[in-house]
Write a protein that binds this ligand. Structure first.
Ligand code: G6P
Length: 612
């Protein structure tokens, strides 16, 4: 978490960095800061709170200059106070940092014993001290950075400036994401934690790898290995995302825009992955052959948060369609339990950002044990994507709202495509069965458009129930993970306590919570579980719970027992999780709006969790 942006070039870097930070604010938003050189003099401005607080301060400070580096923070070490906000400076060395210095206590002790005084509680400040010490010992700026970083254990993405060399900007990476980019003008360079920060300025990016640093000067950018200083040849990637995609485009919140983008996002996910005859799936791009799919004897899915919920649905599809035993693990648990993995295991890492530290570490654990790795990511060139044997990109476009929406539905589409491709390879489905699911997928964007028309109805329901202190979400089978996801959305953005539960399991605990104050969301699609869920719904009603039911449009039975009914135009048993997801996103969204919370940047959360 934390976002960093840097600019070196002929124009004023302050607005460029501030604009970039705004695009990265989803990575953390408890304090922010910026540094530049004004007539060769270092100038720093920092502020507690959201970026707008820093903006207010900047208006008075009248800062303009280049290079400039900035930071938006999600606190790990040290509370969100102004002294703890980045950039940190020591003897003219200015540092912004995303990551954690794991050995900071011993390094700080060592530096304090040598007479260094610290002005913050952060681990980051250590880095500026270490570099300054190396410079004072006689090394040039890049060599000092290299020497200092060789002492640092942990993860970092860094932007570094030095007052005595105001024409140089250094970026360094180990374990936390960082891209460097070329500007339109000669001698113009950018660095940022993530691509959306740069979309308005550059399309030519270099993804720094671990243990690499980039030294940017007006006459060029050199990427080198931190350990030995050897130059690295880097590929320049052209980014295809449009800057408009990272704007709100008339919507009140990014989250709402992203919910409404789902029909288009799903179309983009399908693009080029369905054969011309519209009966088969074509996934040649992932680099696994049908022979590879036949060799797989087990799938392990790793993910966190919303992506984990997608994995739970994926398990259902992979087992029922491709008949492959599939486990789904929360990445932070998987990595510490010495999992049983071998060469015939396919490990699927699901991550919107492609940077989630736990998922990345789990992937590395699996790789070390010989598993083949396929990732499902949204962000091109992200760490998880690059460390995988194959990638299935979701192509959802930039997702800015912290609560994930279109990334989730497009992850589901990728998982179903994968299950169908594997089923074809393993001959566990007939051609006709596959063709019918492909037809369903192609029809999905239209159904998602229809379900979005329910927004006013969900707004009304949200208005009625937004004062509830708890919510329960129930469903069975394929839709049970959708109940989990609905509950997660609600708690993330409205701060209402919500639990998702398999409807059949309700009687083993949550039933004790039911009274006339508890809204209970029940998903009752027309599938093989219909009667059983209807029974569970009646058990809720018998205890005075207030049922908000989601069922097939036109269903009368469910309406008879429920306080509210939302009729959904269904997509068929296998695809229903997608159409049932959207109204739950809308319910959470409008509830948060009525509660007046910060929808796009809910408290304490960050979009990209790059720490353990
Ligand atoms: C954070 C976000 C969630 C997201 C999770 C996993 O907690 O707030 O919305 O689902 O990380 O992120 P990933 O990028 O790996 O999908």
């Amino acid at each position: 978490m934390c976002g960093i942006v840097g600019y070196l070039g002929p124009r004023d870097g302050v607005p460029v960095v501030m604009d970039g930070l705004q695009k990265l604010e989803y990575r953390g938003y408890d304090s922010a800061g910026i540094a530049t050189f004004v007539d060769g003099e270092l100038a720093i401005c920092r502020s507690v709170g959201k970026l707008r607080e820093l903006q207010k301060k900047l208006l008075q400070a009248d800062l303009a200059g280049s290079p400039a580096i900035g930071h938006t923070r999600w606190a790990t070490h040290g509370r969100p106070t102004e002294p703890n906000a980045h950039p940190h400076v020591y003897h003219g060395v200015v540092v912004v940092h995303n990551g954690i210095v794991e050995n900071y206590i011993s390094l700080r002790g060592e530096l304090e014993a040598a007479g260094h005084h610290f002005s913050s509680e952060t681990d980051t400040e250590i880095i500026s001290h270490l570099i300054a010490r190396e410079i004072e010992g006689g090394r040039d700026f890049p060599a000092a950075v290299r020497a200092a970083l060789s002492r640092v254990r942990g993860a970092f993405a860094l932007g570094i400036l030095y007052e005595q060399e105001p024409q140089t900007m250094i970026a360094a990476r180990k374990g936390s994401p960082l891209v460097a980019a070329y500007g339109e003008q000669q001698g113009e360079y950018y660095l940022a934690s993530d691509i959306p920060a740069l979309l308005a300025y550059s399309r030519e990016v270099i993804f720094l790898d671990d243990d690499e640093m980039a030294v940017c000067r007006p006459d060029g950018m050199v990427v080198m290995n931190i350990a030995d200083g050897r130059e690295c040849r880097k590929e320049i990637h052209r980014v295809t995302w449009d800057p408009i995609m990272a704007e709100k485009g008339g919507y009140k919140h990014f989250m709402l825009k992203e919910i409404f983008e789902q029909p288009q996002a799903v179309s983009n996910t399908l693009l080029g992955r369905v054969a011309e005859n519209r009966r088969q799936v074509e996934l040649h791009e992932v680099g696994f052959s049908h022979d590879d799919w036949r060799r797989v004897n087990r799938v392990v899915i790793l993910a966190c948060g919303t992506s984990w919920h997608a994995g739970l649905v994926g398990k259902f599809w992979l087992e029922s369609l491709a008949r492959i035993p599939t486990e789904v693990d929360i990445a932070s648990e998987f990595r510490y339990r010495d999992p049983l993995i071998d060469e015939q295991t396919l490990l699927i890492a699901i991550s919107q950002s492609g940077e989630t530290a736990d998922t990345l570490a789990g992937l590395q654990e699996g790789k070390g044990k010989g598993a083949k790795i396929l990732s499902i990511c949204n962000v091109m060139g992200s760490s998880i994507a690059r460390q995988s044997d194959g990638v299935l990109y979701t192509h959802a476009g930039p997702e800015i709202g912290v609560a994930s929406t279109k990334a989730f539905t497009t992850q589901l589409v990728c998982l179903l495509l994968l299950a169908l491709d594997m089923a074809a390879a393993r001959q566990t489905m007939t051609e006709e069965e596959i063709a019918s699911q492909v037809a369903g997928l192609l029809h999905l964007p239209l159904l998602l458009e229809k379900v979005l028309e329910l927004a006013p109805r969900l707004e009304k329901i949200a208005r009625r129930y937004h004062r509830a202190s708890d919510y329960l979400y129930l469903a069975r089978g394929l839709n049970y993970p959708i109940a989990l996801e609905g509950a997660l959305k609600l708690k993330e953005i409205s701060y209402i306590h919500a639990e998702g539960y398999p409807a059949g399991e309700m009687k083993h605990g949550p039933i004790a919570l039911i009274d006339e104050h508890l809204p209970v969301v029940v998903l009752v699609p027309h599938d093989r579980h219909y009667e059983k869920v209807l029974n569970n719904l009646q058990e809720v009603v018998a205890r005075d719970g207030r049922v908000i039911a989601f069922t097939a449009a036109g269903d009368r039975k469910v309406a008879e027992f429920s306080a509210e009914v939302v009729g959904i135009e269904e997509a068929g048993e296998l695809l229903n999780p997608l159409v049932y997801t959207v109204p739950l996103q809308l319910l959470a969204y409008y509830t948060a709006v009525f509660k007046g919370t910060d929808v796009d940047q809910p408290r304490n959360l960050a979009k990209s969790v790059t720490v353990e």
